[in-house]
Design a protein around this ligand. Sequence first.
Ligand code: FAD
Length: 395
Amino acid sequence: MSEAQRTQVAIVGAGPAGLILARLLACQGVESIVIERRDRAYVEQRLRAGVLEQTTVDLLRAAGVGERMDREGLVHEGLYLQFDGVRHRIPLRELTGGRAITVYGQHEVVKDLIAARLGGGDEIVFEADDVRVLDVDADLPTIRFKVDGDERTIRCDFVAGCDGFHGVCRSTIPAETLSVYERHYPFAWLGILARTPPSLDELIYAHHERGFALHSMRSPELTRLYVQCSPDDTLDMWPDERVWEELHLRLATRDGWTLREGPVVEKSITTMRSYVVEPMQYGRLYLAGDAAHVVPPTGAKGLNLAAADVKVLAAALVDWYRTGRRDLLDAYSATCLRRVWRVEHFSWWMTTMLHRAPGDDAFDQRLQLAQLRYVTSSRAAATMLAENYVGLEHV
Ligand SMILES: Cc1cc2nc3c(=O)[nH]c(=O)nc-3n(C[C@H](O)[C@H](O)[C@H](O)COP(=O)(O)OP(=O)(O)OC[C@H]3O[C@@H](n4cnc5c(N)ncnc54)[C@H](O)[C@@H]3O)c2cc1C
């Protein structure tokens, strides 16, 4: 066993939460080590979210990692809600005093952050096995793990649990100190990445009696498309022809618009849940991102919420190192949870407005349509959607 290494903040997980936190701390002279269970290629290629709120864009720029995003990201000033075969545009920029979203893949954000960190000579331990988080209620927490069979130990002042929903950090907290709030949805998303230019320059969220569909994109050459499916479905039940058939039906309009097809280069099923754990802190362990909360993807919020958490955490840690004061650290959980619950509500609201749940009857469907008509005809209601979608200002 090698000697214990010492750092200020040990960050478990090299997803968006862990990598943005590491970057924000490095910008302020706080030392950290990132410990990741997967290899570099895996985390850089993992396809997930793709919509960055204005607040996330601003944060990445301020952290000096926005250059490629500004060059290659697609700025969207609006989005479409579709129902009864008619598309209605929500002008995001106009309704929010100039704010917008940027379509830029989560894996591209991750690539930029890894390049910046390694380029600055800071460490990311990839392929860390059997990660154990110990003594978080003492002054000097310890992380142990194995790399290539060798045991390594890191001692630190603080642990940031940025290891996603299935990570180890949350489960090291005594269960009796946590409250869990959870909702499972009786549907999932079948997503494809197709090598074809987007069929429209903005996102389309479509309500349809056969179930929800979403037209999105990753670049001018790559279209991302989703259809609502059952959480019990498997990929072999969705050959490409069936996916395209459903997409054509659910995204069809009465004005002759057509959906472009192309080779399917990726296909996956994402189940949907809402989940929040309170508090997001125990001793010197601070949870951030999916380790603490999950939202259904309809509001495009998971990655953005992870970024918002670590902005709060970085500021609190920097303040502790500069002044020795604990007040921002002590307020971390409560500060984050205010935004978390706003975003949980927005994501739940978008999800229930647009999906068809098993057992929904004509009454449920009419309520959804009434809500959609209201959101697309009232400036006040459209503004509510727009300001949540582009992201409320960070507190
Ligand atoms: C399958 C999937 C599809 C998604 N699709 C969308 C989408 O289409 N739109 C959308 O808006 N959002 C989507 N999301 C949500 C969004 O991607 C997440 O909210 C976001 O990744 C959260 O970032 P994070 O850093 O908190 O967690 P993660 O991105 O999950 O990162 C956690 C990191 O910790 C690592 N890790 C886990 N366990 C350990 C351990 N024991 N030791 C060390 N490292 C560990 C993981 O390998 C990972 O790199 C999706 C999420 C998933 C899981």
